[in-house]
Design a protein around this ligand. Sequence first.
Ligand code: HEM
Length: 293
Amino acid sequence: MGEARTSVLAPAAEQWDYGDFPYGLEPLVIPPCGYGVVATVQPADLLAVYEVERASIDAEPARDGVKPSSSDALYWFRWITGHQVTFLLWHLMGAHVKAIAAGRSADEATLTSLESYTHGYSTMLGYSGSCPVEVYQTLIRPRLYLQHRGFSGLWAADFAPLRRLLRGHEQPWMTGPAGARLAAAIATNLSAHEALADRLVSGGKSLLQERAPDTVVRPSARTTALFDNLFVTLRAPVDRDTVIAQLFRRLRAVRLDLVTNRLDPAGSDEDWTFDVLRRVVASALTDRERLPS
Ligand code: HEM
């Protein structure tokens, strides 16, 4: 008894068995207590959120919105919120892919939604990663490293069902002009990811690639939790309307940010970004009616 107690309180370095490496973190799963999980948007708010979204998209942008308190605050917001939008887009894409696998036809509206969301994902790569290289190297990458030294996009749970599609393997159901447009959107997305990685990290090496082979960790429930946790994402059974409402809320915030702070002082294609966001909203509203839950 005394011995076990001693080893728990004072483990020798070689006995470290917490996390994937000494001082690595472990996700905590804890029962709800007190106030429970905070949901910021209820499905009933969806239409109200959409009305504001549509009005703000149609309005002439005012470029004098609230400024962030610091450059770190701005780029951390973009890093986290851009990823959250991406997760929501992947989720909607995954629902389409699942429905097609279950026998629903990949009609033009479906292929168009998949194309809009893929472009949406590409704009979010540009948005999340719009920071100067120095900010990525001193603010963002060190946080990923501290979360896990092999932190990787491979751990994104919502991406997993889309891996084949988004790696550019053409699917038999990608037919006709709408199928070709989806294939082109995927090719653009792959180039956007590569260009972003090269811009932010010379040589484009991820933390995972830098650490290999000493800390290669395969995707698991544990890596999903570590990944989700960095991006302030909890898992709970919420319905499609709640997914779409959370998407619109974030798109509105992204738009307000872009209108106020611009995407990139060097002048990236902001008009394209706004156009894509409009298309994402239109597709999500169509999907709200027709995508099976
Ligand atoms: C803006 C945010 C980013 C998102 C949403 C993102 C997303 C992803 C996803 C989903 C994967 C898995 C791809 C697959 O399985 O086919 C991945 C892998 C990868 N990403 Fe990113 N990525 C981002 C930024 C970056 C950056 C800045 C780098 C710079 C090094 C990078 C480098 C890589 C590499 C090398 C891989 C291959 C797997 C690995 O080594 O971790 N990504 N990324």
